[in-house]
Design a protein around this ligand. Structure first.
Ligand SMILES: [Cu+2]
Length: 217
């Protein structure tokens, strides 16, 4: 598919393959739209600065703006309507694109093989496994398992961040959020857990580790 067709089609649903190629993911679509708009805005800016610069011998045009006076004779309803409707349509389109994956992300059964309750509080992590046991700071997961994290904040907003895996989700008081990860996509080992939402004095010490264990022999 061409880039233009990609930009005008719905993105792939939330996928387990974070780097899946075709068609574009929501992130890629929004990214490319941003590039297009940036080129347009800065292109116009550079053009206007050059084209309308003050040249040697220029006298002020009759409709030159004067300080403190709105140049009513420069009003152009066509342009105003265009720059209102155009961005509005684009924002609506990107909103529409965003809703599909969001719905997908929260509602669809992702084929979870294991659920872990993650509880964030000032300033530590608690992990409760399906057998009811709880650990603090260290989360141990078997390899090759699709895990659902159910995230709850005890006090203020925190954010469960696994930088090695490129995933992060906020924990919000009075609601349960969720995040998924397939431990088969990384090597067994020990990886850091951070809180990525400033949550008070010891936010920077709100650390943990996630251990992906080798398959049982
Ligand atoms: Cu925190």
């Amino acid at each position: 598919m061409s880039l233009v067709a990609d930009l005008l089609s719905l993105p792939i649903p939330t996928s387990w393959e974070p780097f899946s190629e075709d068609p574009l993911s929501l992130t890629q679509q929004v990214f490319y739209w941003s590039i297009i708009i940036t080129i347009f805005v800065f292109g116009w800016l550079v053009y206007a600065v050059y084209q309308y610069r003050h040249k040697e011998g220029d006298s002020d045009p009759p409709d030159a703006p004067k300080a403190g006076v709105f140049p009513a004779e420069r009003a152009d309803h066509t342009i105003e309507i265009a720059w209102t409707i155009g961005p509005l349509l684009l924002v609506c389109w990107i909103t529409w694109l965003s809703l599909g994956p969001l719905d997908d992300y929260w509602d669809v059964d992702q084929g979870d093989e294991m659920t872990v309750q993650v509880s964030g509080s000032q300033w530590s992590w608690a992990f409760t496994y399906e057998d009811g046991s709880t650990t603090y700071g260290t989360l141990e997961l078997p390899t090759d398992t699709r895990v659902k994290f159910e995230l709850e904040a005890v006090d203020v907003i925190h954010s469960f961040y696994l930088p090695a895996f490129g995933i992060k989700e906020d924990l919000v008081p009075n609601t349960t959020t969720a995040m998924w990860f397939d431990t088969g996509t990384v090597e067994p080992g020990t990886y850091p857990i951070y809180c990525a939402e400033y949550c008070g004095d010891d936010h920077s010490k709100m650390l943990g580790q996630i251990i992906i264990t080798e398959p049982a022999a």
